[in-house]
Design a protein around this ligand. Structure first.
Ligand code: PLP
Length: 433
């Protein structure tokens, strides 16, 4: 195979005909395949069957709390310890609340916006047009959440080691309307990259450089323990670094067991400094008389001293799917040189960049065969990818045979869209020369 760019117009047309033939065959197969969201597969959910028997009639938490009753706004001690293990902080810095870290992120961002996180007069809404930094490509729900609160999003580029700190520092230094940044520091959604020690250190320091005195780093560590190989790859501890930098009141960390045990049936954690936790606790107290501590207890017992072993079981099921994705992409695309993609060591996604202007077309072609992809653009605020090139592949939910078919269809659509674009370019070039 040659690079697509090196093919003659005649070779390209022959390739297009061959791809179109294959494409019609796939359309005739009436497929129904879905690579849209990073959901755990049924066999992964089965790994947590032991949750059912973890209580076994004993509802008492380690501090004697009867978990069946009201109260305990910060969560029971053993659940907070589990959150501390995941987030690499101490248990006193953790609130265990609800089933969704995204819900906690919303709670904190909304508080920062309207009531303040520090028990004083600081509120983002004091500024007429508050903004938040969005490293891209990123997680679509961070964007939806920000847009919903009326935050303007300012994109910053990412590379393999995390967001580009030089542009971030330049932005926050001079602009007091920039109030925070979204970070997914390990196996980022969608690139799968993990932040280097230098970037974590720089992000911990960031609130002290920011012109805004109410700047918040939202550290969404959704994939903190979701490695494919063990022992886990380390991530610098932003909590400790923030303490050193004197920015602890401006760094909020989040995680959950959504992709450890049950997606939407797990428990969620946030970590922050004591003064900020107090403000958050007061807010929680307005809307609830206590979290579901029975769920906390069964999770803490089920995962006690076996978190890594449990995650290794997930990896055993997930890694072959990610290997398959890499195999198909490499075999089918590498020589043509029509896309670049990431090779994550964990997490739930692979991020692929087509040539500019083709991501939407690939999505449309895939849809017409019955393959659903995360909509092109979803990895950018407001669904607007300026290059129309980024696509997120979420291989976790499909079975291996379905994933194989889905990836075959995916690369077929990508090749077809790329061949057509190259033909268009070369035809224009030929007619103008
Ligand atoms: N954060 C990131 C980066 C995610 O990818 C996801 C789910 O895909 C979540 C948060 C959602 O987490 P939760 O289920 O705890 O709300």
């Amino acid at each position: 195979m040659t690079r697509l760019a090196d093919m003659s117009l005649e070779e390209l047309r022959a390739l297009e005909r061959e791809l179109e033939r294959e494409f019609s065959l796939q359309q005739g197969n009436r497929l129904s395949l879905d690579l849209t969201r990073g959901k755990p597969a049924p066999d992964q959910l089965e790994l947590s069957a032991g949750l059912e028997t973890a209580i076994n009639g004993n509802y008492k938490a380690s501090d004697g709390t009867d978990t069946r009753n009201y109260g305990g706004l910060r969560g029971i001690p053993e659940a907070r310890s589990l959150g501390a293990e995941i987030l690499d902080v101490s248990a006193e810095q953790v609130i265990c609340w609800g089933n969704s870290s995204l819900g906690l992120m919303y709670l904190c961002a909304e508080l920062a916006m309207n009531s303040g996180l520090w028990g004083d007069e600081r509120r983002w809404r004091n500024h007429p047009a508050p903004k938040i930094l969005t490293p891209v490509p990123g997680y679509d729900r961070h964007f939806t959440l920000s847009a919903n609160l009326g935050l303007e999003m300012v994109n910053v580029p990412m590379d393999d080691a995390g967001p580009d700190m030089a542009s971030i520092e330049a932005l926050v230094r001079d602009d007091a309307s920039i109030k925070g940044i979204w970070c997914v520091p390990k196996f980022s959604n969608p690139t799968g990259c993990s932040y280097s020690d230098e970037r974590v250190t720089a992000l911990a320091r960031l609130p002290s450089l920011a012109a805004a005195d109410d700047f918040v780093v939202f550290w969404d560590n959704a994939y903190a323990v979701h490695d494919f190989e063990f022992p886990r790859a380390p991530l610098a501890a932003i909590g400790a670094l923030a303490e050193k930098a004197g920015t602890s009141d401006h760094v909020l960390q989040f995680a959950s067991t959504s992709k450890i045990t049950l997606a939407s049936g797990g428990i969620a954690f946030l970590a922050g400094s004591e003064p900020v936790l107090r403000v958050i606790e007061q807010r929680l107290n307005v809307s609830s008389v206590g979290p579901d501590k029975v769920n906390q207890l069964r999770h803490a017992r089920f995962l006690h001293q076996r978190l890594e072993a449990h995650m290794a079981e997930h990896a055993r099921l997930l890694k072959p799917k990610f290997d398959l994705v890499q195999r198909v992409l490499t075999e089918e695309l590498a020589e043509l040189d029509i896309a670049t993609w990431t090779v994550p060591g964990g997490g739930y996604f692979v991020s692929l960049d087509t040539r500019p202007g083709l991501a939407k077309k690939v999505g449309e072609l895939a849809k017409s065969t019955g393959l659903s992809l995360t909509p092109a653009g979803a990895t950018y605020p407001h669904g607007r990818d300026p290059n129309d090139s980024n696509l997120r592949i979420a291989p976790s939910f499909a079975t291996l045979p379905d994933l194989m078919t889905a990836m075959e269809v995916f690369v077929l659509c990508l090749k077809l869209a790329s061949a057509r674009a190259e033909i268009a370019t070369k035809s224009t070039h030929r007619s103008s020369t």
